[in-house]
Design a protein around this ligand. Sequence first.
Ligand code: GLN
Length: 378
Amino acid sequence: LIAKLPHVGTSIFTKMTTLANEEQALNLSQGFPDFETDPKLVQLVSAAMEKGHNQYAPMIGAQSLRETIVNKYKAVYAVDIDPTEELTVTAGGTQGIFTAIATVVSQGDEVIIFEPAYDSYAPTIELFGGKVVPVRLLAPDFQIDWDYVATLINEKTRLVIINNPNNPTGKVLGKEDLNKLGKLLAGTNTLLLSDEVYEHLVFDGVSPQSVLSIPSLRERSFVVASFGKLLHTTGWKIGYCVAPVLLMREFRKIHQFNVFSVNTPMQIAIAEYLKDIAYVESLAGFFAKKRDLLKNGLAQSRFKILPCEGTYFLNLDYSAISQEKEFDFACYLTKHHKIATIPLSAFYKQATDQQVLRVCFAKQDVTLLKAVAILNEI
Ligand code: GLN
């Protein structure tokens, strides 16, 4: 039997969604909207198909979509990206992350990740022979001690991975943190992978951050982002990766034999839809309202609500209710109270038990109100 990832099972997102479906529970576990995307966007997809955009897109992505992406970076950060050399459209954020790791990580390389970390990072690093070096951050503030991170960097450190805004903590690394990271990596051979799929979901006056706007980081970074979170289309699986020319050339060597190219009509439709940058700017307000609906609705509950500056996840501390382990408590809530969440421990290599559950608020208001009613009874 060949088992390249013997310690890896089915992802927590699939597990909890399956349980939620079996139990007919409200599913606030896996991060995806339960509302539809804009019908105008769907029409643009059919229009693209009718116009004959049904064959292979260029390997690097449809030209119009690459131009739209470049314009967005120009408008939001005043950053210039070369659409021909520095950008590739991917089949979702996770594929961009996988390919970036595959591009640079070899046997024996060390990769620093910050936990709680998205579940795809560690197995992908290990698949290519890398060694995961986790930096464990704890609730409620998940603060990074950059001096400690500095002690972990050595000549084997190939890559550092950050996720900003962070899934699952909802934390946003600001300019100060990013500048510290920039100083730390200056003069080393360590590269950076910045997973920015929740880039535009930032609240309370926090502005979007990209390492592309920090020159010392940009020169060593792969930036991955995704349209699933931006357009409420997680099922379309379209994202992209930006990197300096030499890194992007290597990335594409792998990309061309992995997915080759990403589905054409949706790329054309997204390019057209996002010509209006105002849509991107409206997204933060849209999700802030949903966060507040959940947060305010739970103010009198027995859950303690952790801070949330970005993403579409809110974390709830249930230590005043139960001392049960997170996974057991999440299963109990799904079975007995008909609401599914994600245990925070799933994002740590060595499970923690902080009595914290992650709840997705990318849901219709009616779903959030149902969740509030259930959680207030617990
Ligand atoms: N990004 C989603 C989440 O955090 C999950 C995606 C997946 O199921 N792989 O819930």
